[in-house]
Design a binder for this molecule. Structure first.
Ligand code: A2P
Length: 331
């Protein structure tokens, strides 16, 4: 039994982490919940028990914690995660602060749990759109090798936390946005996170860099366009993938159907393909619209949908924790 901390426990992802820990029956001795001074003293009901939210401060270093799940933003992770992990606490960090640091495992259990080891106690949880994409790409990479990946994402407002959801609801009431630069209601925005000097957004660059790291393919050609859409929850990613070795459509379908964490939902004659409403509350990655790109050799299209707050964040983090304690993941 473990003492488990959730840092950012009142946030969209933090609350989902608590829910998933309970659902997966994670072996918890004590659950310690941390947030800012704004939330300290409030109580949260977990398994019928009231747990008081603690204010995050240096006192966390003296609390008896075995595993800490962080989702309170990059600067909080930078401030607290390294010292906790040096103290021997297993820290799983949902921010982007450590993802690209050498020596820090960036893990999606279905894909690269081999990167986990007892001597690496700080582990990064990847970007939401990247997690669902690599779950679909890794089995193809293993069997055929990959030469190029092109992503276009359709990302739900829950990826921006409560403030994204609030902006969608504001728009539906005819009110102006407060989080996004333009209305998200009845609109799509080709802009997630800040713009970089190369013209990509930071979200796009994360998908590019993290895909290469997780698939252990530093030279893989990857490009991305990330788009915010007026959907409450679950991201969709349209993936165009070029394989190193030739494959038939049937072979690609068979590999995906067998892949861990993937549900193949693909039957155009019955209008069967995944949509965000199908994947809300699920931890699998749903793949449909699998077809050959006739304009390029060895190239296929995939439509990949998953719950961004669960598999894209909270559930993936808890699954990493399960791996670290030697439990088989629940899914
Ligand atoms: P709080 O609710 O007290 O502000 P989201 O990404 O959904 O906005 O959630 C962010 C999470 O990070 C919340 O739990 C929030 O707590 C927490 N948080 C934000 N700033 C701090 C801080 N300075 N110290 C501790 N927790 C913080």
């Amino acid at each position: 039994m473990y003492n488990v901390a959730v840092v950012g426990a009142t946030g969209a992802v933090g609350q989902k982490m608590i829910e998933v820990l309970t659902e997966y029956e994670f072996p918890i001795n004590e659950l310690l919940l941390y947030a800012s001074a704004r939330s300290a003293g409030k109580t949260v009901q977990v398994n019928g028990q009231d747990i008081v939210i603690r204010e995050l401060s240096d006192l966390i270093y003296t609390d008896a914690i075995d595993i800490a799940l962080f989702s309170a933003g990059g600067s909080i992770s930078e401030q607290y995660a390294p010292r906790l992990s040096e103290q021997g606490v297993i820290v799983i960090d949902n921010s982007s602060a450590f993802r690209m640091q050498e020596g820090i495992p960036l893990v999606v259990p279905e894909v690269n749990r081999v990167e986990l080891s007892p001597d690496k106690s700080l582990i990064a949880n990847p970007n939401c759109s990247t997690i669902q994409s690599v779950v679909a790409l890794a089995p193809l990479s293993d069997v055929y090798g990959l030469t190029r990946v092109a992503y276009t994402s359709y990302q739900a407002v829950s990826g921006s936390g409560q403030k994204g959801i609030d902006d969608l609801e504001r728009g539906a009431q005819g009110e102006a946005p407060q989080n996004y630069p333009y209305p998200i209601y009845n609109n799509v925005l080709p802009h997630i996170d800040v713009f970089l000097e190369n013209g990509y957004t930071k979200e796009e660059q994360k998908m590019i860099d993290e895909t290469r790291k997780i698939l252990n393919a530093p030279d893989l050609g990857v490009t991305a366009t990330c788009v915010r859409v007026p959907v409450r929850n679950s991201h969709a990613v349209s993936i165009t993938v070029t394989l190193e070795r030739g494959a038939t459509l049937e072979e690609v379908r068979a590999v995906l159907a067998d892949a861990p964490g993937v549900v193949l939902m693909d039957n155009p004659t019955e209008l069967l393909y995944p949509t965000p409403l199908d994947t809300n509350g699920k931890d699998e990655v749903y793949v449909g619209r699998v077809r050959r790109d006739d304009s390029q050799p060895n190239t296929f299209h995939l439509w990949c949908v998953a719950d961004n707050v669960r598999k894209g964040a909270a559930a993936n983090a808890v699954q990493i924790a399960q791996c670290m304690i030697g439990q088989t993941t629940a899914k």
